[in-house]
Design a protein. Structure first.
Length: 264
């Protein structure tokens, strides 16, 4: 048996988070799903896995709600269930950032589809930024991308304050795993005077799904937050393992590059 893995999010005003939580918790349990869904007044964020029919039915139910009608799912297949439990939680934010002005429901950057991404990021006037954390960037990123060297997404604000200037960096392109961090990051930049801001629609996962390896400007693997650890082109597991310190270890690696512990 194989499992369909679905990663999705959508920024949309949720009036009754608890009612939505109860509905989705029951629906997912009935479909035999595992994974985690976060709900907040600003929207929904999730990665779920289960039988293909169950995932399809769950997504159809979610999209039947007008506020989630346009929800996009990035999907892949796993040979084993990558999650152990089914969790639906209500949080203050679907992605913790701590800046009220970073509201994609109010302002956000311009989406760039994977098929148009290469042309954008190879322009000389574009500053390309990887908005993910250091342990994610360590195993893969787009060629020429700036690494903010953050340990948590909240640190991106300090990176912007110390390194970016809207009068100098006139065109900024950003990317992340599935697109959600870039939604907030682009809203934050626009709130602070940056006008020409772009982000990769569907994130790295959609790019790896849609763009053939021979045309790709992606190097390495993409860290994912489940038992697959990381995926490569075609959204196939890359063979990375996770050290006890939380750092990904490359296939065949015997020692963690972060803490130096044996990875065997």
């Amino acid at each position: 048996m194989t499992f369909t893995v679905s990663a999705f999010y959508k920024f949309s005003r949720v009036e009754d988070c608890e009612a939505l939580r109860a509905d989705l918790a029951a629906r997912g349990e009935g479909e035999g799903l595992c994974g985690t869904i976060l709900i907040a007044p600003e929207g929904i964020n999730a990665t779920i896995a289960g039988p293909d029919s169950g995932v399809r039915a769950f997504l159809a139910h979610l999209r039947s709600d007008p506020q989630f009608a346009g929800l996009v799912s990035k999907e892949s297949v796993a040979e084993t269930q990558p999650f152990q439990r089914w969790k639906v939680k209500v949080k203050p934010e679907i992605l913790t950032f701590g800046a009220a002005e970073a509201d994609p429901n109010v302002r956000a950057g311009t989406y760039i589809k994977p098929q148009e991404w290469n042309a954008l990021i190879t322009r000389e006037d574009v500053l390309l930024i990887d908005t993910r954390n250091d342990y994610e960037v360590a195993i893969g990123t787009f060629r020429g991308a700036v690494d903010p060297k953050t340990r948590a997404f909240t640190g991106f604000k300090d990176f912007v304050a110390a390194n970016l200037d809207p009068s100098t960096h006139r065109t900024v392109a950003m990317f992340c795993t599935g697109g959600i961090r870039c939604e907030k990051a682009s809203a934050y930049l626009r709130a602070h005077g940056f006008e020409d801001v772009y982000h990769l629609e569907g994130g790295i996962l959609k790019y790896l799904e849609d763009i053939p390896a021979e045309q790709s400007l992606w190097d390495g693997a993409c860290f994912v937050f489940d038992e697959r650890v990381a995926v490569g082109h075609g959204v196939q597991p890359s063979g990375h393992r996770l050290c006890r310190c939380g750092w990904p270890v490359a296939p065949g690696g015997a020692v963690c590059s972060s803490c130096g512990a044996s990875a065997t």
